[in-house]
Design a protein around this ligand. Sequence first.
Ligand code: G3P
Length: 217
Amino acid sequence: MKFFVDTAIVAEIRDLAEYGLMDGVTTNPSLIAKSGRDFKEVIAEICGITDGPVSAEVAALDAPGMLAEGRVLAGIAPNVVVKLPLTLDGLKACRVFTAEGIRTNVTLCFSANQALLAAKAGASYISPFIGRLDDINLDGMELIREIRQIYDNYGFETEILAASIRSANHVREAALAGADVGTVPAKVIKALAAHPLTECGLEQFSKDWAATGQSIL
Ligand code: G3P
């Protein structure tokens, strides 16, 4: 499973890139607002940090507006992926970008039928929001499983980009469900490496090694 980091905070992206834990980046209008920075500037900077896909979302709600904005975003850097909302206008714009060879990430997906429409429109990625379904007592992970089955049934190449991931368990379950990508908050990505038994085992190794009085170098 590929890991995209779900942030527009450049410091978080640089940190993860140094650990080799990041295959791409996703942003959205809320994350851009949280960064407090100029949209185009921060996307350009992020695209300079990673060669992986960087999702940048349109703000327009109508297809003509999405097309105009998406072409501006795609022009920022070759690794920009244009993020479009899962609406009829978003799907219309997706079809146009697919024909033009511009990669797309169709977002705010909450049902298997929505995901089916996005794949038929040629979306490069579909972003089902796990956490927000869980928030209203629905099963976000079941949606990942349903999309996986539908896409495999028909050989759709659209990649399932599990989003709205809130925990390490979400990552594990999305991987088990067959998501192609997980877009994950930076702190959750780093938490994946942590385990108390690893920590205490390493502490004991260090103590026992120190007691030998030896040095490898
Ligand atoms: O990429 C979508 C993600 O940013 C939404 O996460 O936690 O606001 O549902 P959340």
